[in-house]
Design a protein around this ligand. Sequence first.
Ligand SMILES: O=P(O)(O)OC[C@H]1O[C@H](OP(=O)(O)OP(=O)(O)O)[C@H](O)[C@@H]1O
Length: 168
Amino acid sequence: MTTLHLDAEALYLELKQGVRPLLRADAVLVGVWSGGAWLSERLQHDLGLPGEHGVISSALHRDDFGSRGLSGAADHTRLPFEVKDRHIVLIDDVLFTGRTTRAVLNELFDFGRPASVTLAVLVDRGGRELPIQPAFSAARVTLPATQRLRLARNEAGRFSFDIQTAQL
Ligand SMILES: O=P(O)(O)OC[C@H]1O[C@H](OP(=O)(O)OP(=O)(O)O)[C@H](O)[C@@H]1O
């Protein structure tokens, strides 16, 4: 495992600025498990938002069980507010094919029909396989498809990136 030369803490600060204008009155943050949930937790605090942020999991609606397997696919969804008619700001660490976002949207709509859903991400790495685009991304990078980019968080809550290269 190597560390990608991307400053996750600096990008987090950009994300915080980018999310501000997306927050209409009564909008709620929903972080995609797991990296997006960490980001949402910190954004909720740093932006001084009232109430609790939500966490949403793609586990129950993924289209790639065949390659990822079902084992350990715990459902971490926790939405402690009414979804119906709310403006939802989805937060994720990395946007790649868009398949996680698609699965998460299905999960979200199981809880109600939101007024709107907006997506903000720390890193957009391109490679989309679905027509999904973020309203804000703090960085855009190009990586080989064999590399997996993930957000990491240390015990002090500070962010960094891990990049793993798949063994061919
Ligand atoms: O656009 P996609 O191709 O779906 O990829 C993006 C997703 O991949 C990563 O999650 P991952 O599946 O690695 O799980 P994790 O967040 O638990 O590490 C990332 O956190 C996004 O949720």
